[in-house]
Write a protein that binds this ligand. Structure first.
Ligand code: ZN
Length: 284
């Protein structure tokens, strides 16, 4: 049994909406415009209706991201799972301080290609969610000492923990590391519905790399030829996903996922991934 959880944020002049919602739904209060509700639940429909009614008179905006929550046992049964990082760590890359040399952005399509990181990331602590694992808007992953401890106790190899420099004083003492995962997994199996669109005539990269499958369900779960996996605790996909700005996805062993769950590590949701015996790698 899986749940689809909508993480909703209402911005703009939301005071009235928040008041009306909280008066009726004290058990599921909206705080600072944010509330998480099961997709398709009566509460979800009620909030949407309330929003549409009030949006006629006030400038308010609805944003939502949807996480899938699988039963922990269902995930634990898989050799590998995809870790979708849902927490945000604010602007990364060279935004607050130069961290990368050879930053190359194709003038034609805007795709950013591989760069060499020569200095620590500078991040704004106020923009990092209060979680153990979060991702910048450029796909850099940051982890708490708690998460690092779980990785180390579970023998995660071929990763490094790089220092982060705070671009402003943190509100309270806080340490995070940039997690750099070296092992690559893939390419994805040929049966995976990978979409590559708009190849750029200048740099040869695809502007968009995505998944041609409904947001939920097995069709979009990552799958790899079994021969491409060597038991790594953490690995990144060979493919980079996104449009313009691209990032690798992170895959964890089922065993490591269980350890993260048992330690209460938060900031991501997990989805089953698969190792196939008799599928061939996708053509490049
Ligand atoms: Zn290009």
């Amino acid at each position: 049994m899986t749940r689809h959880v909508a993480r909703i944020l209402v911005s703009g002049q939301r005071r009235r909406l928040e008041d009306e919602w909280n008066r009726v739904h004290a058990e599921r209060p909206m705080t600072a415009g944010a509330v998480a509700l099961d997709v398709g639940s009566p509460e979800y429909e009620q909030l949407k209706t309330l929003y549409h009614r009030l949006a006629r008179d006030a400038p308010i905006e609805w944003h939502e991201t949807i996480d899938v929550e699988y039963e922990p046992d269902e995930l634990a049964a898989h050799a590998i799972v995809t870790l979708w990082i849902s927490a945000t760590a604010g602007p990364g890359n060279n935004t607050l301080h130069p961290a990368y040399a050879n930053a190359r952005r194709c003038p034609q399509c805007g795709v950013e290609t591989y760069r060499y990181q020569r200095a620590p990331l500078h991040l704004d602590p106020a923009r990092i969610d209060e979680v153990d694992i979060a991702e910048t808007d450029h796909g850099e992953v940051v982890v708490s000492p708690r998460a690092r401890d779980v990785f180390e106790r579970n023998g995660v190899e071929s990763v490094t923990y790089e220092p982060i420099v705070w671009a402003a004083p943190p509100p309270s003492p806080r340490t995070m590391h940039q997690l750099v995962v070296v092992p690559r997994l893939g390419p994805l199996a040929a049966s995976f519905p990978l979409v590559k669109e708009h190849r750029c005539p200048v740099c040869g990269e695809y502007r968009t790399v995505g998944i041609a499958a409904a947001t939920f369900g097995p069709a979009r779960q990552l799958r790899f030829p079994r021969s491409s996996y060597h038991g790594e605790g953490l690995a990144i996909t060979r493919e980079r996903f996104g449009s313009g700005r691209k990032r690798h996805l992170i895959v964890a062993s089922g065993r490591l996922y269980c350890a993260l769950r048992d330690a209460g590590i938060i900031g991501f949701w997990a989805e089953p991934a698969h190792l196939l015996e008799d599928d061939v790698p996708a053509r490049e």
